[in-house]
Ligand binder design. Structure first.
Ligand SMILES: Nc1ncnc2c1ncn2[C@@H]1O[C@H](COP(=O)(O)OP(=O)(O)O)[C@@H](O)[C@H]1O
Ligand SMILES: [Mg+2]
Length: 300
């Protein structure tokens, strides 16, 4: 398996929700490439489109326009059964609300066995794999507990085992640590790190953790339905861990989309006094962007 091979490719992705007569543009030309076995954290303000993107990657929702391929397969072309099989067997999804990940009346073992049951795995294999996965997430002492008998962190551990049940090559997690205390959240990130190392699973995780750039290899910032910038750690092989490592230097880049567009951060726009027009020219082999002479004065 070539680790540098692209696992996820999103190109010029749009998602428009229609609510009564209103249209909400949740994704507006989003580009993203995630390599196989890579861990990418998605960050961005509430409403920027993170969950919409994850739902599309999981095959729960379809984009309004654009391309999305996972493992060279076009998600938009996938129909009914193929799609069901795809999101049951090839993607593990973990929601923020622990309760949404687990059936309340099933034990830890039964919750982990359920996706395998739907995938027609034999009884024996199901039992063995559920035990193995629950052991991996450190829950072998809670096999017969139902979710209400578990703490939030324990529920998320079981949820991760459920997500791994059919050995997916991709895990998508939407704010999986959002309801957890810092210590438990760090343990869950360490667990994702172990899953990535051992199984080479690609992981895309949405988070509000302000220190996330010190914990994952690459953070992609989503702004108004587009990827706008990314922060990557240099000189590290650690893909994700719960520990903050501020020794490793970070590199921040603005992303150039497939149409050559760049989102200039607001603080730079403000500092440079840019309003509605800029001129861009090459000076000393660098592009210099500054307000046009005839741009509108700032209206404040
Ligand atoms: N099912 C839906 N129907 C209508 N609007 C939606 C729906 N889901 C999300 N949106 C809207 O799309 C935008 C992006 O939402 P979302 O992807 O949930 O953002 P995030 O996860 O980054 O907070 C928001 O404006 C939200 O209100
Ligand atoms: Mg969300």
């Amino acid at each position: 398996m070539n680790p540098q091979k692209a696992h996820i490719i999103c190109k010029d992705l749009f998602k428009i929700f229609k609510v009564a007569d209103l249209e909400v543009v949740a994704l507006r030309g989003l580009d993203l490439v995630v390599n196989r076995s890579e861990v990418v954290a998605l960050v961005g303000a509430s409403g920027s489109g993170k969950s919409t993107l994850l739902n599309i990657l999981a095959g729960y929702d379809i984009p309004s326009a654009g391309q999305v391929t996972i493992d060279d397969r076009d998600l938009i072309d996938m129909k009914g059964r193929e799609m069901e099989k795809f999101h049951r067997e090839e993607v593990g999804f973990i929601w923020q609300e622990a309760s949404r990940n687990l059936f309340p009346y099933l034990t830890s073992t039964e919750n982990v066995e359920l996706p395998m049951l739907l995938a027609d795995t034999s009884n024996k294999e199901r039992r063995e794999r559920a035990a193995h996965l629950l052991n991996m997430v450190g829950m072998s002492h809670r096999l017969s507990h139902t979710p209400d008998q578990l703490s939030g962190g324990e529920q998320q551990r079981v949820a991760i085992a459920v997500g791994m049940a059919n050995n997916p090559s991709l895990i998508l997690a939407d704010e999986p640590t959002g309801e957890l205390d810092d210590k438990t959240a760090a343990e869950i990130l360490d667990l994702f790190g172990e899953i990535n190392r051992v199984n080479r699973t690609t992981i895309v995780i949405v988070t509000h953790d302000p220190d996330i750039a010190y914990k994952v290899g690459r953070v992609v910032v989503i702004k108004d339905g587009k990827t706008s910038s990314e922060i990557s750690r240099q000189d590290t092989n650690v893909q994700i861990s719960g520990q903050i490592d501020k020794e490793i230097p970070l590199q921040e880049s603005l992303l150039v989309d497939s149409n050559g567009r760049v989102q200039i951060p607001e603080d730079l726009i403000e500092t440079a006094g840019i309003t509605n027009k800029v001129s861009a020219q090459i000076e000393n082999h660098e592009i210099v962007i500054k307000p046009s002479i005839n741009s509108k004065p700032e209206s404040k």
